[in-house]
Write a protein that binds this ligand. Structure first.
Ligand SMILES: [Zn+2]
Ligand SMILES: [Zn+2]
Length: 819
């Protein structure tokens, strides 16, 4: 066995192993291996957004612990990595950084700027992920902005169109007027905001009677299509069916009745506008009301707004309030707290516009989503409800078209003659319809020869919600179903409603099968103060800095142990520092064991004569193996790590290593078989600890393995060593019980030395141990030699008798030391 150096340089050693593992190919999935069972992780391709942040560190540590654990269990692990490049976020950054709007430049040039920014961000994130030691198979790397990936996204669109899941329709959609695009429900954030509630007089036609209507959006008055009351509301029921004048507008609408109106809300009478909110949409459909298109795609008032046309929404609101006041139609205005929908990306108020868009029929899959979510394990289990509740809450189908540039094009053209929709054939993709016409001679319907390209592009979630099939090799590998469904889909609490949901509906629709067989959920990373981590709150921790300073093995311990799986966890520097202290202990204790085992040959065939403390630690090691394995199986990383760290530090190091030192330092004083037992036990138990720690602390465990175990165990890396199997035959309850007593006696003697202000290695002239029963005395006598040598006891007596001296905590055993 090679002696280990005293110092450990994490930066150097972590980088060394990251490179070596890559060279050795141990992170690679073997596509040709037909013997090992595959285990595939549906790594979510992240949005490249700059440097790796602590939330990413938490995610990738989770993915990596699973990958390493499964690899050691003998699975052929696929741990892929892609980048979800497209999207509004990047476009907005390019616009802001260059002080331009997307239409100021030729589309290709704008796209090129987006791609350059994404490449820069990918490089930054990748550096962080490599530093963390994530055991990714980099041969799988893909970028959704590349045409080869477009091909997959476009093919999935075509197949879904053929199956009847994709349709074009003019429906109300969420619309961001700043970004001038449709957005999905999942991209709308709901925020609390202060607003003004205006009480406005709506006169019944030809009378001087009026209804008072409270609204926070008076700018919608020009789009008022009805006034609605509850039919059981005695104040208003007499007006149902009557005509009522729209204030400031020279027109009338009808008072309609609907039990959905809450008489206690506002004044109990509501204006229905197209569209103030989602409720208006429902009412318009139910009562077959006309639609007035008031707001344009860039947030101005349309011609329908008469004198307000051309104003932006905020300007129109102010102008209308002024006019209402002047006309004596505004009774009062009061401040209110309200919840409004804003664009997830740019935080502008979301409007509801009726525009022609492409949709995917997702709502008809809701029941299947629920069934499949219920059919698989979720870690933690309660998170499945977030997916199910979200799916059930959706009122509208998924709008998949966007009016942007940096995205996968929708592979569609329209016949200029008859408007026929021409969808690309599977063999045409990847294709950009704006650059190339359909590969047909004439319109199949009217024979026309001229076509207009679809200008819209796809929602970026259309790219990323087919990853389970793509990772498996679809559509290029004939055997892609070997890896489908993915074994595990890891996701964050913040993306269940997008990632997990869209993956579910896309794959169910495309293949009639759920995309993954289990889900692992991580929480969010908070600042040390428990608030959301943010640079402006000064509680932000930069991941590259944390990794460089502390090393990946220490930061990974924070991620693994910082909190229960699925819960939000604060980034506490104390957790990282505890991780560092543990690493120091692990390195020093291993180096010490390495010295103690200098003369040990793992191939030595001497039959060991196991002593009480040997049997005690062997049995405990089996039990901890069982516990840690169960925790990894349930993805309870924090429990696994705490159990193993406590055991290593406070049982193995504090007692066992101390107790066998003498046998190994002075083998001549003990029998050969007795020494062999100490050697074999120390060697195997430490190996087991390293293996159990390897998924969380891959670098240092590898370094120690190479010094101490590579020759004896024969694996090129601890990462491909076989995960230990619990062996019930080695569990020895009696030895554990007796050994626990011995450990307690040793602790008590240490306490006695400390209280008498003696150093730990101070000799004790005489130690008298008095036990209440013979069984305890027998146990202590069995370990007498180890106790004496560990605590420098010159003479020791063990007898059964009445209490004498200080009590050993929790035992009817007493000790009396003479120094
Ligand atoms: Zn926006
Ligand atoms: Zn035609």
């Amino acid at each position: 066995m090679q002696p280990m150096p005293k110092d450990y340089n994490h930066a150097e050693i972590e980088a060394k192993w990251q490179a070596r593992w890559e060279e050795m190919g141990i992170n690679r999935y073997d596509w040709n291996d037909k013997t090992r069972v595959p285990f595939s992780i549906d790594t979510p391709p992240p949005y490249p957004s700059g440097e790796l942040h602590m939330g990413n560190v938490l995610n990738w540590t989770y993915f990596d612990m699973v990958a390493r654990y499964k690899r050691m269990q003998g699975f052929n692990v696929l741990f892929p990595q892609g980048w979800d490049c497209h999207g509004l976020g990047i476009e907005i950054q390019v616009e802001k950084a260059n002080n331009i709007r997307k239409r100021d430049l030729p589309p290709d040039q704008f796209r090129g700027m987006c791609m350059a920014l994404v490449e820069k961000y990918i490089a930054m994130m990748k550096e962080g992920i490599l530093k963390l030691g994530a055991s990714i198979d980099w041969t799988t790397e893909y970028k959704t902005m590349n045409p080869d990936y477009w091909r997959r996204t476009q093919l999935s669109f075509i197949l879904l169109y053929q199956k009847g899941y994709m349709y074009q329709g003019t429906h109300p959609v969420n619309w961001c007027t700043r970004d001038e695009t449709a957005i999905a429900d999942a991209e709308v954030d709901h925020v609390k905001k202060e607003g003004m509630l205006h009480y406005i007089k709506f006169y019944l036609a030809g009378t001087d009677e009026y209804l008072l209507i409270a609204t926070s959006r008076p700018e919608f008055i020009p789009a008022c299509v009805a006034v609605e009351v509850n039919p059981n509301d005695e104040r208003y029921s007499k007006y149902v069916g009557r005509k009522i004048s729209v204030p400031l507008m020279n027109r009338e609408v009808t008072v309609i009745a609907d039990e959905a109106v809450d008489p206690k809300f506002g004044t109990g009478a509501m204006q229905i506008c197209t569209y103030g909110d989602k409720e208006d949409v429902k009412t318009v459909i139910k009562h077959k009301l006309p639609v007035i298109r008031l707001i344009t795609q860039n947030g101005q008032i349309s011609e329908a707004g008469c004198k307000y046309a051309g104003l932006y929404v905020n300007q129109a609101r102010a102008a209308i309030v002024e006019d209402l006041k002047a006309a004596g139609l505004l009774e009062k205005s009061e401040k209110i707290q309200q919840e409004v929908g804003v664009c997830e990306r740019c935080k502008s108020l979301v409007e509801i516009l009726e525009v022609k868009q492409w949709f995917m029929k997702t709502r008809e899959l809701t029941q299947k989503v629920e069934e499949n979510a219920n059919a698989i394990p979720w870690y933690p289990d309660y998170m499945k409800n977030r997916l199910i509740d979200w799916a059930k809450s959706l009122d509208w189908d998924w709008v998949i078209s966007r009016q942007r540039l940096f995205a996968t094009p929708i592979p569609v053209w329209y016949c200029k003659g008859c408007g026929e929709i021409i969808v690309a054939k599977p063999e045409w993709v990847p294709i950009d319809p704006k650059l190339e016409g359909p590969r047909i001679d004439a319109c199949p319907k009217c024979g026309g020869k001229e076509f207009r390209a679809e200008q819209d592009v796809m929602d970026t979630w259309m790219d990323s919600s087919i990853t389970c099939a793509v990772h498996a090799g679809w559509p290029d590998r004939a055997d892609w179903q070997r890896l489908f469904p993915a074994s595990m889909h890891p996701s964050g609490t913040d993306i269940i409603r997008t990632w997990a949901y869209y993956l579910m509906v896309r794959h169910l629709a495309l293949f009639g099968e759920r995309p993954f067989n289990s889900v692992l959920i991580n929480g969010m990373v908070l600042g040390a103060d428990g608030r959301k981590m943010s640079k402006s709150l000064k509680n932000y921790a930069a991941a590259p800095e944390a990794l460089s300073k502390n090393g990946a093995d220490a930061v990974r311990q924070w991620a693994a142990g910082g909190g229960a799986t699925g819960s939000d966890i604060p980034y506490r520097i104390q957790d990282v520092e505890y991780g560092r202290r543990f690493l120091v202990k692990l390195w020093n204790a291993s180096g010490f064991a390495c010295n103690l085992l200098a003369k040990f040959d793992p191939k030595d065939t001497t039959e060991p004569d196991y002593q009480l403390l040997d049997k005690w630690i062997i049995s405990k090691t089996e039990n901890i193996t069982k516990k840690v394995t169960e925790s990894f199986e349930r993805c309870q990383f924090n429990i696994a790590l705490e159990d193993i760290r406590n055991f290593f530090w406070h049982v193995f190091c504090d007692f066992y290593v101390e107790a066998v030192k003498d046998r190994l330092y002075r083998p001549e004083a003990y029998g050969k078989a007795n020494v062999a037992a100490a050697q074999r036990t120390l060697y195997e138990v430490l190996y087991r600890m390293l293996q159990l720690l390897a998924p969380v602390i891959p670098h240092m465990t590898e370094e120690i393995y190479q010094y101490m175990y590579k020759d004896g165990k024969g694996y090129p890396s601890i990462q491909v060593s076989q995960w230990p199997k619990f062996n019930p035959a080695l569990v020895d309850e009696a030895a554990e019980k007796d050994g626990d007593l011995v450990a307690a006696v040793m602790s008590e003697i240490r306490r006695d030395k400390a209280e008498n202000k003696k150093p730990l290695n101070a000799p004790i002239k005489n130690l008298a141990v008095t036990c209440k029963d013979e069984a305890a005395a027998k146990a202590i006598r069995q370990a007498e030699a180890d106790i004496k040598s560990t605590l420098k006891i010159e003479a020791m007596t063990v007898q059964v008798g009445t209490a004498d001296g200080r009590q050993v905590a929790q035992y009817e055993v007493y000790i009396k030391a003479e120094y």
